[in-house]
Ligand binder design. Structure first.
Ligand code: ADP
Ligand code: MG
Length: 264
C-alpha cells in the first residue's frame, strides 16, 4: 500500500471566541482538519467568515480559545513566545494582502530580512536574496524601495521574502487581494511554482472562488465553521473516490443527466 503523506498541520476542535462587551463572537467555531506535507490548501469563504483568524491561530499570532493546533508535531497554543518566535523563523513564511514590506528598505534588504534572524552571513544573505529576486522577475529592481514599485512588483518582493529562507510552510492571507486579474494570475503561478520546486506546504486564504483552482484542497468556511472540504488532487484511495464523484457529477451535467459509471 502507498504511504500516506505526512500530516504537517492538524487542527482538532479549534475555537476562537472574541468577547465584545456582552456579546460573544465565534470567529472560529469548532474546526478540525489536516493539511499534508506539500499540499496547496485554500481556505475559501466570504468576508468575516473567520479565515484570517484561522490563519493567525495556525501561525501562533493569536491564541485559540480551545482545541489543538499541531504543526510539525508541536502543539502551537502551548508554546511560549520565545519558542514560537524561533519556530516561526525556522519553519514558516508569510505573504500578506498589503505586502507588509518595510518602506525604508530596498527590495534586496526586504528579502534579506528573514535571513538576518537565521544568522546567515551578510555576503551569503545578499546572494540568496538576489537570486530569489531574480527568480520572481525583479533582478533589475534590487535597489527599488516599495513606494517605487507597482503593487504586483511589491507582492513579488513579498513572495521572495516569504520563500527566501525555504520555509516548509507558507501562509498567505489574500495575497492577490489588491492586484488586478492579470497580476493575480502571475502571482498565483509564482507561488505555485515556488512551492512545487521546494515541496513546500501552502495555506492560502481567499474569498475568490476562482483562485481555488490552484489548490489541492479547498476548505470552505462559513461563520467560523467548515462547510465542506474539496480535494482536487493527490491520489490516495479515499481522495480518489471524492475526485471520481466530482468528475462523474461534471460528466453527468455535461451529458445532460446520462448515467456515468465510476467503477474502476
Ligand atoms: P475573514 O478573514 O474571513 O474576513 P476574520 O477572521 O477577520 O474574517 O473575522 C471573523 C470574525 O471575527 C468577524 O466577525 C470579525 O468581526 C471577528 N473578529 C476578528 N478579529 C476580531 C477581534 N480582534 N476582536 C473581535 N472580533 C474580531
Ligand atoms: Mg481576512
Amino acid at each position: 500500500m502507498e504511504k500516506e503523506p505526512e500530516k504537517i498541520i492538524e487542527l482538532v476542535n479549534v475555537k476562537k471566541i472574541y468577547r465584545m462587551g456582552n456579546e460573544k463572537i465565534y470567529a472560529v467555531d469548532d474546526v478540525s482538519f489536516d493539511i499534508k506535507k506539500g499540499e496547496f490548501c485554500c481556505l475559501l469563504g466570504t468576508s468575516g467568515s473567520g479565515k484570517s483568524t484561522l490563519l493567525n491561530l495556525m501561525a501562533g499570532i493569536e491564541k485559540a480559545t480551545s482545541g489543538q493546533i499541531i504543526i510539525k508535531g508541536k502543539d502551537i497554543p502551548k508554546m511560549n513566545e520565545n519558542n514560537l518566535a524561533r519556530f516561526r523563523q525556522r519553519y514558516l513564511g508569510f505573504v500578506f494582502q498589503a505586502y507588509n514590506l518595510i518602506n525604508s528598505m530596498t527590495a534586496l534588504e526586504n528579502v534579506e530580512f528573514p535571513l538576518v534572524f537565521k544568522r546567515i552571513a551578510p555576503k551569503k544573505r545578499k546572494k540568496l536574496a538576489k537570486d530569489m529576486l531574480a527568480q520572481v522577475g525583479l533582478g533589475s529592481r534590487l535597489m527599488h524601495k516599495p513606494k517605487e514599485m507597482s503593487g504586483g512588483q511589491q507582492q513579488r518582493v513579498g513572495i521572495a521574502r516569504a520563500f527566501v529562507a525555504k520555509p516548509e510552510i507558507v501562509f498567505a492571507d489574500e495575497p492577490t487581494g489588491n492586484l488586478d486579474t492579470k497580476t493575480t494570475i502571475e502571482v498565483m503561478e509564482l507561488i505555485k511554482r515556488m512551492a512545487r520546486e521546494n515541496q513546500q506546504t501552502i495555506v492560502m486564504v481567499t474569498h475568490d472562488r476562482s483562485l481555488a483552482a490552484y489548490a489541492d484542497k479547498v476548505i470552505h468556511i462559513l461563520d467560523g465553521k467548515i462547510q465542506s472540504i474539496e480535494i482536487t488532487d493527490r491520489a490516495s484511495s479515499e481522495d480518489m473516490q471524492v475526485r471520481l464523484k466530482e468528475v462523474s457529477k461534471k460528466l453527468l451535467l455535461d451529458r445532460g443527466g446520462e448515467q456515468v459509471s465510476t467503477e474502476t
